[in-house]
Design a protein around this ligand. Structure first.
Ligand SMILES: C[S@@+](CC[C@H](N)C(=O)[O-])C[C@H]1O[C@@H](n2cnc3c(N)ncnc32)[C@H](O)[C@@H]1O
Length: 234
């Protein structure tokens, strides 16, 4: 049920996404900038509206992009070497799709933190590629909000993410924190509502939401992302 509500939240915001994804854009740009050797055969998972694809500046032979939100797939750019497909990356259908496929690289930006079983997903990906470059939000995103509302982040922790990738690959991990400043509290809370990142905050009851508004003293929102680059398979 949780994954359903997250999916609905992403779908609901699909069209207004471009205005609300500043941190995702920074992540997507940095992710592509770090890709070396101009890989020809790419799989992107959790492609959303195409923020990553738009930064790919070299010729590719085949670009497979998948996302479980039909409305995201619909607004993703289209191209002759590009195939966009609607898959949940935690589903057997997606694992079947991966069977007997090989990719030069698998990439993902701001999406894999939602995986219900990241270790299993990375395990299946490791059958198809020697190289994964991914950036994931961690559970330290909106850390102060979680402290005030005494709630746990719906997304994966740094430890879980590192463990999942390190099970199959020798990796390089880089953690970045970003503080996104706002003019006033209303703008800050509107951002959370519209960012599609929040997950849990959409489910706050009125009383908790009111307390949060009163007790949140920062003029910025906290984000933490981890850049994962595989070095070699184990
Ligand atoms: C924050 S957006 C990032 C989109 C894009 N990669 C970017 O950098 O702008 C996260 C995306 O992951 C997708 N997503 C989340 N869970 C997923 C799952 N289990 N299977 C496939 N896609 C998923 C969402 O639909 C959404 O498009």
């Amino acid at each position: 049920m949780i994954s359903m509500s997250i999916k609905n939240q992403f779908s609901k915001h699909a069209n207004e996404y471009n205005n609300f994804n500043i941190i995702q854009q920074i992540a997507a740009k940095a992710l592509v900038r770090d890709i070396k050797n101009k890989p020809k055969n790419i799989l992107e998972i959790g492609c959303g509206s195409g923020q990553v694809y738009k930064y790919i500046s070299w010729d590719v032979e085949k670009y497979n992009a998948i996302d479980f939100s039909a409305s995201m797939c619909k607004i993703h750019p289209k191209n002759k070497n590009l195939e966009v497909a609607c898959y949940d990356f935690d589903s057997n259908e997606f694992y079947d799709f991966l069977k007997n496929k090989k990719f030069d690289i698998v990439i993902s930006s701001s999406a894999m933190q939602w995986s219900k079983d990241l270790k299993k997903l990375v395990g299946f990906l490791s059958e198809t590629t020697n190289e994964i470059n991914a950036v994931l939000f961690t559970s330290n995103t909106f850390k102060t909000i979680q402290n005030i509302t005494k709630s746990n982040s719906p997304i994966l922790s740094l430890e879980k993410i590192e463990e999942a990738f390190s099970t199959y690959y020798k990796c390089d991990f880089e953690v970045h924190t970003y503080n996104l400043e706002f003019e006033n509290k209303k703008e800050l809370f509107d951002y959370i509502k519209n960012s599609g990142v929040s997950g849990a905050s959409a489910t706050l009851d009125f009383k908790t939401a009111k307390r949060l508004f009163k007790e949140y003293k920062l003029n910025y929102l906290e984000f933490e992302v981890i850049f994962v680059k595989t070095i070699s398979k184990l």
